[in-house]
Design a protein around this ligand. Structure first.
Ligand SMILES: Cc1cc2nc3c(=O)[nH]c(=O)nc-3n(C[C@H](O)[C@H](O)[C@H](O)COP(=O)(O)OP(=O)(O)OC[C@H]3O[C@@H](n4cnc5c(N)ncnc54)[C@H](O)[C@@H]3O)c2cc1C
Length: 463
């Protein structure tokens, strides 16, 4: 019997047969995320878990056999975090997708990890509530994946990231407790300081500390009224970056402040025909959701700050459909480029005042390496996503893009920024993270990981 046969037999002792994925094509399909450039090894088997008890069985079995476990939500990750490690179990949580409870009195929801972000939003909206974190992948990505990557999104400028909405978790862990035990972390009250903040430790841990099986989310009341949109068109991206810095300097905090370059607009338009004409190198989209007169004043202030940076034009959109089409274009930028060839997505984040300098450096680095880039950005957060697209099969272009990618990281670190604002370390940012963090911080991280997972079976080699 091979090691894989032993593993499959041990897993099937505690799981219905339909939970196992052994067909090579089906297994390959769940063995990587959306980071096309991150290498994936060969998994031994997949498990489509339907309950916490099934997750426990998987973790106990893997601990006994020393088999790595790679948790997976929807596989929309952009860092290789959900890519198979040789001989691993791919633990697919996407079928644990129920919204278990909506407690409207206390603005809390309890969901399974495979619940899709937009489905959670829709479910709580029926109770007049709102779950704000909105990664552009919200139609597909899961709450478990969002928690494990501490996903950001368009509205986190004003409303914060996933971590700000996770009150509590259940997770199947190992280490100081037996492998396969369930721990309940956090709380469901608004405040609470009993013990160390282990919830925050798990949020963003990319599946390296255990498997999240339930999440207690903080909600907000639904927003009222139609948001206002201010659009600025710029002759170059650096000027658009100066507008971002000016908006920040004036203390304005729109609900979203996104940047798209001409290449992105064209790629989306060629694909979706949204009717957007790109007459500028960069478009800055600001969304203001403050209701009433205060919102009108805020929109006017944002428009004035954009105007101060020297745009081609600035407009407050009065056409909701047109404004929505622009935000759709922003959300669709990545898949639009994926159609054209392998895309390497950067995710650097710099202090907001440094956005113009970082955009200048991105341009210079790309030119030096002769690589084509298109840029989208959660610009208001300083979180920039230059997309490096290379022709399929062109190894030289790929090497040049890889070199530029690493230089973007060094430039961000030198500006006081970070190598990943929201996509996570996964495989693609492991070296970059080591360049960014000081040795003491890396030593603490490694100590935490070896205490919570001494067998090193939870997503090893990631983060
Ligand atoms: C078009 C597009 C747009 C995107 N836009 C954004 C954006 O605006 N903001 C943003 O932050 N990201 C964005 N992303 C990246 C991605 O969607 C997020 O990282 C998302 O949080 C991943 O969720 P997922 O369910 O697909 O997780 P996966 O890709 O399946 O997994 C991500 C990580 O989480 C771990 N994991 C998953 N489930 C669990 C669990 N239950 N327990 C423990 N670990 C787990 C995996 O091991 C892996 O390390 C985008 C991706 C795409 C394709």
């Amino acid at each position: 019997m091979t090691a894989a046969d032993v593993l499959v037999e041990a897993l099937s002792r505690g799981l219905p047969g339909d939970r196992l994925v052994v067909d090579p094509d089906a297994l390959a399909a769940i063995s990587h995320d959306d980071a096309e450039w991150a290498p994936a090894e060969r998994a031994a088997v997949g498990v489509r878990a339907r309950s916490e008890a099934e997750v426990q069985h998987v973790v106990r079995t893997c601990a006994e056999l020393g088999t790595p476990i790679v948790p997976r939500g929807a596989g929309t990750g952009l860092s290789g975090g959900a890519n198979a490690v040789g001989g691993c179990v791919m633990l697919d949580l996407s079928q644990m997708n129920q919204v278990l409870e909506i407690d409207a009195d206390n603005l809390v929801a309890v969901v399974q990890p495979g619940a899709i972000n937009n489905d959670v939003k829709a479910a709580v909206a029926e109770h007049g509530l709102w779950y704000p974190p909105d990664p552009a992948s919200a139609p597909w990505s899961t709450i478990g994946g969002n928690v494990a990557t501490n996903a950001g999104g368009l509205c986190c400028l004003k409303y914060g990231v996933t971590r700000d909405y996770v009150l509590g978790l259940r997770a199947v862990v190992g280490g100081p407790v037996a492998y396969g035990d369930v721990v309940r972390l956090g709380r469901r009250t608004t405040k609470g300081v009993a013990g160390l903040d282990l919830v925050s430790l798990f949020v963003g841990s990319e599946g390296t500390l255990g498997v999240v099986t339930e999440v207690t989310l903080r909600l907000r009341p639904a927003r009222l009224g139609t948001p206002r949109t201010v659009v600025g068109a710029f002759a170059d991206l650096v000027t658009a970056g100066q507008a971002v810095a000016e908006i920040t300097r004036r203390g304005l905090i729109p609900a979203a402040l996104e940047l798209l370059d001409r290449a992105c607009l064209k790629a989306v338009e060629d694909w979706k025909h949204l009717g957007i004409e790109a007459d500028a190198e960069g478009l800055l989209l600001a969304r203001i959701d403050t209701p009433g007169d205060s919102g009108a004043a805020e929109a006017a202030d944002v428009a004035a700050a954009m105007a101060a940076a020297g745009p081609m034009w600035v407009e407050q959109s009065t056409d909701d459909a047109e404004a929505e089409a622009l935000f759709d274009a922003r959300r669709l930028a990545y898949p639009a480029f994926e159609r054209l060839g392998p895309v390497l997505t950067e995710d650097v984040c710099v202090p907001r005042s440094k956005v113009p300098v970082m955009l200048e450096q991105i341009k210079a680095i790309a030119a030096r390496h002769g690589v084509q880039i298109a840029t989208v950005a959660h610009a208001g957060d300083g979180n920039l996503h230059p997309l490096l697209v290379t022709p399929p099969g062109d190894e030289e272009a790929r090497r040049a893009a890889q070199a530029a990618f690493e230089e973007f990281l060094d430039a961000a670190i030198a500006l006081g920024g970070t190598v990943t604002g929201e996509h996570g370390v996964g495989i693609l940012k492991r070296d970059g993270m080591r360049r960014e963090l000081d040795p003491g911080s890396l030593a603490l991280q490694s100590a935490v990981r070896s205490t919570l997972d001494p067998l090193q079976i939870f997503n090893p080699g990631k983060g």
